[in-house]
Design a protein around this ligand. Structure first.
Ligand code: PLP
Length: 397
């Protein structure tokens, strides 16, 4: 079961993609004056800049690639430490590791995003950057994080892969720090199957990220630039078919977020007052995506019992985003002397054992969100889901 954008794939995506198919020109670079070159990837980057009010955008093959080229652009080198939450998708960690850096896991708070107070404790002379992750569509406490970063002179790389379109204090998530990464995989807010984007207003970071994503080339090359390449790069270029799908989805983003926020408000109001639960803290109520509704129970036992009745469970028992469920990351952290394994981050462990995700737009068992509604659910279905939840809570008390 995918994210909300996937539920809304339709004629608009077909039209954009078919234009590229018919043009037979599937590569992102071309002659802008040639009517046969549809420049969908270029348009996607431009439209993101306009909508998100940033200077530069770069399309890539995935959120993971976006994180990697952003970290490399920031100059993360072997041995550098990057501060990252203990609750996130594995790619936040692996991108740091493949840049040569050391992920320094940090406790989360009631918002299920990184705790700014805990960031302070994790800063060492080796710290190179801070990577807040806007988990489950909820913006991090960016004003506190940016204050710490500027006080310590550290750059911020936002992992906005789960928060495409979210805003914090009126600014688009992914454009608040020095550089930000987005994902277009099938489970995200909007999708092109797979794909990613980078946003920054720093020209130097943009050119470096661009080079890492395309064999060291400068932005939007039209030929081979022998003599001008300053860095070594790899290939994470988005192709025109992906760009076409992403462009159609990106244009649906405002409408999609409005729908999700309405749905979430309705579900939340119906659950409000359920004994023994509270909602996670949302750092920007108007700006969050509304992809999931997270409830926090008083005890882990209660969360488990209610989850069993609903065919789901607490986040701690879900597959993908819990550090202690990532044996491969744990093995790496052990090898670099970092805390790992259940119990290493007790506040995070405690919260994830008591928290449950209810789907609103992202229906994903891997997130612990196999129970809930989806973007096309009717008012009646929302009411049914709320009743089932309240009944399960009542039955287990
Ligand atoms: C999905 C995700 C990524 C990686 O995105 P891909 O496009 O799947 O590579 C990175 N970070 C977070 C928090 C994510 O949820």
């Amino acid at each position: 079961m995918p994210g909300p954008g996937a539920y809304w794939i339709g004629e608009e995506e077909k039209k954009e993609i078919n234009e590229v198919v018919d043009s037979k020109y599937w590569f992102r670079y071309g002659n802008m004056k040639d009517p046969n070159f549809k420049h969908k990837v270029f348009d996607l980057e431009q439209e993101l800049c306009q909508k998100f009010q940033c200077q530069h955008a770069l399309a890539t093959t995935s959120g993971t690639a976006s994180l990697l080229v952003s970290l490399l652009a920031l100059g993360v080198k072997p041995g550098d430490e990057v501060i990252v939450p203990a609750y996130t998708f594995v790619a936040s960690y692996t991108s740091i590791i493949f840049a040569g850096g050391v992920p320094v896991l940090t406790e989360i708070n009631d918002s299920l995003t990184i705790d700014p107070e805990e960031i302070k404790k994790r800063i060492t002379p080796k710290t190179k950057a801070i990577m807040p992750v806007h988990m489950l569509g909820n913006p991090c406490d960016m004003s506190a994080i940016m204050d710490i970063a500027s006080e310590k002179g550290l750059p911020v790389i936002e992992d906005a892969c789960q928060a495409f379109g979210a805003q914090y204090g009126g600014k688009s998530c992914g454009t608040i720090g020095n550089i930000g990464a987005f994902s277009l995989n099938f489970f995200k807010t909007i999708t092109s199957g797979d794909g990613g984007l980078v946003a920054t207003s720093d020209k130097d970071l943009y050119e470096r990220a661009f080079g890492f994503h395309d064999q060291g080339h400068l932005p939007n090359r039209t030929g081979v630039e022998v003599g001008n390449r300053l860095i070594l790069g790899l290939n994470f270029r988005m192709n025109e078919l992906t760009g076409a799908g992403a462009l159609a989805q990106f244009r649906k983003l405002p409408k999609l977020l409005t729908r999700l926020r309405t749905l979430k408000t309705s579900l939340k109001e119906k659950l409000r007052g359920t004994p023994g639960i509270r909602f996670r803290t949302i750092n920007d109520e108007a700006g969050e995506c509304g992809t999931l509704l997270t409830v926090i129970f008083e005890t882990a036992e209660k969360a488990k019992a209610v989850g069993e009745l609903l065919g789901t469970g607490p986040i701690a028992r879900s597959g993908w985003h819990v550090y202690s469920n990532m044996e491969h990351v744990g093995a790496h952290l052990a090898s670099v002397g970092q805390p790992h394994g259940f119990g290493s981050y007790p506040k995070t462990d405690d919260l994830l054992l008591r928290a449950m995700n209810i789907s609103v737009g992202v229906v994903d068992g891997g997130l612990g969100a196999g129970f809930g509604v989806n973007i096309n659910s009717t008012d009646e279905e929302v009411a049914q889901v709320a009743d089932r939840f309240r009944n399960a809570v009542a039955q287990t008390s």
